[in-house]
Design a protein around this ligand. Structure first.
Ligand code: GLV
Ligand code: GLV
Length: 318
């Protein structure tokens, strides 16, 4: 009998055909994401996305679970302590989405500095009736900007490389200081107060929740830009809404405290804000590479072998 794997999303055909070689797939209703209790009782593995909260309660209802494989690099949706206590290794997909996410961060920087969504709307609405003039629709230059990076892991470093290529000065803060070519390291407060554009690239863990609150936003220069392609929970969102509504800061956001962004979110009406729906890794090649890693992790976990990409290797000692 093949091991049973709960998939919390419907994997693409290319992936489900690979999976059917080594497991029986139980696919949740994508509309609700609800996992039936009787599936948990007998599940050997789980393939999930960041939409699925993988809680301590879930581990306690899944006594046979041998592996959780998430199609994401971030694992803040998974209770890692509970996974480790239950001796369940958790796999993620690091590395393969670094360039795509860094590209999107730069895209958001350009969209905000050059006002691209606003300009697009202007043309489509038929408002472009004026002659070309020197003071029209002005923005700012990356080459004349200081870009500040909060977090300098692989994605932060990839953003640094891109911003340097654009001619920006790059300053940064990281919890584990390391030499990065072209990046001037300083304290987080110095980055926030020195940057024209601050971009967040740290994982969401208890210590980084609401890392950017009212105090930190107040340190940023008037007119400065906040870019977030990491996790919404890094920012105190109501505090950000306040400064955006006041016109003090601008923002380019790919991630939000609650996703999908609720229809009544005040962010939908803030000025100088570009919003996109969690697209950091959304290229065909990167998503395929993430799925490939997730399948490799799942297969290893079901076979009782170490996961190639494991976020809680302590689980093997539990
Ligand atoms: C996406 O946000 C991921 O963590 O892979
Ligand atoms: C992603 O791989 C990161 O931590 O930067």
């Amino acid at each position: 009998m093949l091991p049973k794997v709960i998939a919390t999303m419907a994997p693409p055909e290319s992936v489900s055909s690979q999976l059917s070689d080594f497991c029986e797939l139980l696919t949740c209703d994508p509309a609700t994401g609800v996992i039936p209790d009787e599936w948990l009782q007998s599940a050997d593995g789980m393939l999930c996305t960041l939409n699925t909260p993988v809680t301590a309660g879930l581990f306690s209802r899944a006594p046979q679970l041998k592996v959780v494989s998430s199609v994401s690099v971030g694992v803040d949706h998974i209770d890692l302590d509970a996974a480790t206590a239950a001796a369940v290794p958790v796999g993620n997909t690091p590395g393969v989405l670094v360039d795509s996410t860094a590209d999107l961060a730069l895209g958001l920087m350009l969209a905000v500095t050059r006002r691209l969504p606003e300009a697009d709307q202007f043309v489509r609405k038929g408002e472009w009736t004026n002659a070309w003039s020197t003071g029209f629709f002005l923005g700012t230059d990356l080459s004349r900007s200081t870009v500040g990076l909060i977090g300098l892991g692989p994605i932060g470093q990839a953003v640094a490389k891109r911003a340097l290529a654009f001619g920006a000065r790059v300053i940064g803060w990281t919890r584990t200081p390391r030499e990065i070519p072209g990046v001037e390291l300083m304290s987080m407060d110095e980055v926030l107060s020195g940057a024209d554009i601050t971009s967040l690239h740290t994982a969401l863990v208890p210590e980084t929740r609401n890392l950017i609150g009212a105090r930190e936003l107040a340190l940023m220069k008037p007119g400065a830009i906040l870019i977030n392609t990491a996790r919404g929970g890094l920012i105190d969102e109501p505090a950000l809404v306040d400064v955006l509504q006041a016109g003090r800061l601008k923002a380019g956001l790919d991630v939000f405290a609650e996703e999908p962004l609720p229809a009544n979110s005040p962010l939908l009406t803030t000025p100088n804000t570009v919003l996109v729906p969690h697209l950091g890794s959304a290229t065909a090649a990167t998503r395929q590479a993430m799925l490939d890693r997730a399948v490799i992790n799942l297969r290893a976990g079901l076979a009782g072998e170490p996961l190639p990409y494991c976020v809680n290797p302590e689980a093997y000692d539990a």
